[in-house]
Design a protein around this ligand. Structure first.
Ligand SMILES: Nc1nc2c(ncn2[C@@H]2O[C@H](COP(=O)(O)OP(=O)(O)O)[C@@H](O)[C@H]2O)c(=O)[nH]1
Ligand SMILES: [Mg+2]
Ligand SMILES: [Zn+2]
Length: 287
């Protein structure tokens, strides 16, 4: 039978097929490379022997959160507790781009802010780049209405720090999921881990992926490649005078021109420079 892995713990997998879930183990040959079985993988399994016999080729994969065959990634960020970090947001978006996936953004806990001016400004910036943005609060069921239309027949992954409200949001979408919620600790300045593993929850012909949070992320790219994946820069970075332009102080830089004209945001550019600073060169430059 054909199914999709929706959860994994150690060497045990949960496979979903036509509305039914099965607990299965990878058989011999797959076992020694079982690290390669991800949540989201399509597999052939046997419901007599409870084994996964074949792993099908992936359309795509993510290392963090570890998952495969994803249609869209929702980058989830709270506006407070933990405080919204545009830097982390841009970093997550860069990471999703690097993996060739579609990113959408959800700002959560908007009930905690008196003024949404700053959030709306960021929202506009992202929308200009063609990124869809949703503002939600678990205190306001109406706020998730528009978001709920996004999931039909798709595998959607929620990605973001611990405590931003990913599991709460999934409960808001469908309370029957009964996802465990972690408290946000003001003293620790972070949420408690309640979601320990990636899990796909069947929803409207597709799946919602609840994932554990992570706050640090290593992009693993060279300086030379950052602009290619940085939100909004892909359309312009090849038009610079120097083919190896890093968009810092080089002359006739198209990225800088777009920032000066206001087509690209200066906040984004600040973050670009910061990320650039953390990355290694591909080539040692002549000094
Ligand atoms: N005020 C407020 N708190 C929220 C909202 N969403 C989640 N929380 C709280 O944030 C904390 C972390 O939520 P959780 O869903 O476990 O976050 P996760 O780690 O991203 O899955 C919990 O205390 C939730 O009650 C929201 O919209 N408004
Ligand atoms: Mg969670
Ligand atoms: Zn440039």
């Amino acid at each position: 039978m054909k199914g999709i892995i929706i959860a994994a713990t150690g060497n045990k997998y949960v496979v979903y097929s036509k509305g039914i879930t099965y607990n299965v183990f990878p058989k011999g040959i797959l076992k020694y490379k079982n690290k390669n079985l991800y949540v989201g993988d399509e597999v052939e399994f046997n419901d007599d022997t409870f084994t996964i016999d074949v792993q099908y080729d992936r359309r795509n994969e993510l290392i963090r959160p570890r998952s495969a065959n994803i249609d869209q990634v929702f980058v989830v960020m709270s506006v407070l507790e933990p405080e919204l970090s545009p830097e982390l947001l841009y970093k997550f978006l860069t990471y999703v781009n690097m993996n060739g996936l579609v990113a959408k953004v959800v700002f959560t806990k908007i009930d905690l802010l008196k003024s949404l001016d700053q959030v709306n400004e960021l929202k506009e910036e992202l929308e200009k780049l063609g990124i869809e943005v949703f503002l939600v609060s678990k205190k306001d069921p109406e706020s998730v209405k528009k978001l709920k239309e996004e999931f039909k027949d798709k595998i959607s992954i929620f990605m973001g720090q611990t405590g931003v409200g990913k599991s709460s949001l999934i409960n808001e979408i469908d309370p029957a999921f009964e996802r465990k919620i972690g408290d946000y600790s003001l003293t620790l300045g972070r949420g408690k881990h309640q979601t320990k593993e990636v899990i796909l929850l069947p929803y409207e012909g597709g799946f919602l992926g609840d994932t554990p949070g992570f706050s640090s992320l290593d992009l693993g790219v060279y300086k030379e490649d950052l602009a290619q994946f940085f939100p909004g820069y892909n359309a312009y970075y090849t038009e610079c005078f120097y083919s190896n332009c890093l968009h810092q102080n080089e002359k006739n830089c198209m990225i800088k021109a777009k920032i000066e004209s206001g087509e690209l945001s200066s906040l984004g550019y600040k973050i670009y420079l910061k990320l650039l600073n953390e990355l290694p060169y591909r080539k040692e430059r002549y000094k």
